[in-house]
Design a protein around this ligand. Structure first.
Ligand code: HEC
Ligand code: HEC
Length: 284
């Protein structure tokens, strides 16, 4: 009985391990999860440059491999090409090292980018979002999605459990993630924020949305809400703390008052009893 459970456990473990290893070796999957939130192949620049025809850049393949292994080191070493692409991206964002990056992984990714560059339409062209001006209805729906009054279709957790916005009710927003009031500015505008939300690539966000991607419509609405909030002053965590503290103080003061009057009344009663009891025998 327990033998068969153990056996089954081992089989499940083996299946999971093989799946994870296969996953780790699959370059398209790796690119989708770790690169696509900042790069397209043939869909224009996002936070980082469009990678189409990468092999035709004036630096060679070895340079690209060094760069993928440690972008910051290559940029800081100060060669002119690195400086150019760094400046073209705003001169502030160092590309992060891909998780578990190795020379082999870098080679595979460059091969993938080459192959995809030759296609009419790469699978990494990125989703094409409409440029239609946002409407009031879009912004309203975005706020509902953010606050979780409207569920995400694929079932991702609502944003408000970890983030707040300038108009999030006091004590309403979670503190695990940053305030998103200025996120359109931080993530460089509508197009690049939309692309970011297609495949969030950061530590906490990635596992939440990997299996539950947001739809184009949902992203459209959220970005409408975020764009309208830019320039408003973000929710103030210390103001929320002060509110909590005040509520605590008022509560505590109330309790002291109640106890105080209860105590006084009791003391009073006891004294009166003592007086009542002792008075007859006081003067026998
Ligand atoms: C957070 C955004 C971000 C992520 C994620 C990211 N990159 Fe980049 N990438 C950049 C930026 C920005 C640059 C421009 C150089 C700089 O500023 O660091 C760049 C530059 C590059 C270049 C050189 C482009 C050129 O035109 O010469 C390559 C190649 C590249 N990235 C590949 C990748 C790959 C492969 C991944 C996934 C493992 C990846 N990047 C993940 C932001 C990113
Ligand atoms: C379980 C907590 C959690 C939930 C739920 C969550 N986030 Fe996040 N988010 C984070 C954390 C933590 C970060 C900081 C980066 C990281 O660790 O992933 C972050 C980062 C971000 C960023 C990048 C912010 C920046 O300034 O770079 C955006 C955009 C974002 N989240 C949007 C959303 C949206 C939209 C939703 C809802 C659809 C959402 N998040 C739901 C925890 C969460």
């Amino acid at each position: 009985m327990s033998r068969s459970i153990m056996l089954r456990g081992t089989v499940v473990l083996a299946v999971v391990l093989t799946a994870t290893m296969a996953d780790a070796q699959d370059s398209p999957d790796y690119f989708r999860q770790n690169c696509m939130n900042c790069h397209t192949i043939g869909g224009g620049r996002l936070t980082g440059p469009d990678l189409k025809d990468l092999s035709k850049r004036r630096v060679g393949r070895d340079w690209m491999i060094d760069f993928l292994l440690n972008p910051k080191a290559v940029i800081d070493a100060g060669d002119s090409y690195a400086q150019e692409i760094f400046d073209a991206s705003g001169g502030k964002v160092y590309m992060p090292v891909g998780p578990g990056m190795t020379k082999q992984r870098a080679e595979d990714l460059l091969d993938l980018i080459d192959a995809e560059s030759k296609l009419e339409k790469s699978q990494f062209k990125g989703r094409q979002f409409s440029n239609k001006p946002f409407t009031t209805a879009d912004r309203k729906r975005g706020r509902q999605i953010f606050e979780g009054t409207q569920q995400l279709k694929a079932g991702g957790a609502s944003c408000i459990s970890c983030h707040s916005m300038h108009d999030t009710p006091a004590l309403g927003g979670g503190r695990l993630g940053p305030d998103l009031t200025e996120v359109v500015t931080r993530l460089k505008g509508r197009k690049s924020l939309s692309a970011w939300l297609v495949a969030p690539g950061t530590e906490t966000m990635q596992p939440i949305f990997k299996g539950h991607p947001m739809s184009d419509d949902e992203i459209h609405s959220l970005v409408a809400y975020f764009e309208a909030s830019a320039g408003k002053s973000p929710s103030e965590p210390s103001a929320n703390r002060i509110a909590l503290l005040l509520m605590g103080l008022v509560g505590a003061a109330g309790l002291v008052f109640v106890f105080d009057s209860l105590w006084k009344r009791r003391f009073h009663n006891v004294r009166r009893q003592l007086v009542d009891v002792s008075s007859p025998g006081d003067h026998p």
